[in-house]
Design a protein around this ligand. Structure first.
Ligand code: GTP
Ligand code: MG
Length: 205
């Protein structure tokens, strides 16, 4: 898919203030600092579109970007941010989980996982929660430029194997780097394919 336009729309903490759910929507989620905002910038070829930082906890809101005036890409705050209080973490849980379960136009959740590490419980738990809630997701392994492909492939295989304890089938996975843009075309291709099947969610009477 060619990116013609990519624009910031709004930031929110409340699900009832989001843009009308009339376009297909895709959310990027994962541990704090895993590279969600950086990958959004790499995919859209727009460096400063989503705010990034070396310090975890940069993204704090639900951020909507509109791509080609045709679909939404959503940057979410990361989970597992150690420096935050229990109260903050509970608030995060509440508003993100509410967004994910209530957003009718959400087509797929992209779960970002650091390709440098062996499977982490927090990521596996999050995938299980998505599965339990019937939310379609795909796996995006990040920061591939930081180590050899052999190492990345090993960690990806370990993660997929770990998921098979809970899932009959493991969703598609992508190996990516925001530095080299590896894998970004593949994600855009998957999105383009889902876009062709999008139907407006039924309006509740
Ligand atoms: P929060 O918003 O805090 O949850 O973080 P995030 O997941 O949005 O991460 P962000 O994109 O802000 O990136 C965190 C750090 O990792 C930054 O210093 C990025 O430059 C770096 N980074 C992200 N992706 C890559 C990548 O593919 N390769 C390399 N080498 N560094 C990356
Ligand atoms: Mg971010």
């Amino acid at each position: 898919m060619l990116i013609k336009t990519a624009e910031f729309v709004c930031s929110n903490t409340r699900v009832d203030q989001l843009p009308a759910p009339t376009l297909p929507e895709y959310a990027f989620i994962g541990r704090s600092n895993v590279g969600k905002s950086s990958l959004i910038n790499a995919m859209t070829l727009k460096k400063g579109l989503a705010k990034t930082s070396q310090r975890p906890g940069k993204t704090q809101l639900i951020n909507h970007f509109i791509i080609n005036k045709d679909w939404y890409l959503v940057d979410l705050p990361g989970y597992g941010f150690a420096q935050t209080s229990k109260k903050n973490r509970a608030d995060w849980e509440k508003f993100i989980r509410r967004y994910l379960t209530k957003r009718d136009s959400l087509q797929c959740v992209f779960v970002l996982i650091d390709s440098r590490h062996e499977p982490q419980k927090i990521d596996l738990d999050f995938c299980c929660w998505l599965g339990e809630n019937g939310l379609p997701f795909m796996l995006v392994f990040t920061k591939a430029d930081k180590q050899s492909n052999v190492k990345s492939d090993q960690n990806m295989a370990l993660f997929r194997r770990a998921l098979l304890k809970w899932f009959e089938e493991v969703p598609p996975s992508f190996l990516t780097s925001a530095e080299t843009k590896t894998g970004t075309d593949e994600i855009l291709k998957a999105i383009a394919e889902i876009n062709t099947r999008f139907e407006l969610p039924a309006v509740e009477e």
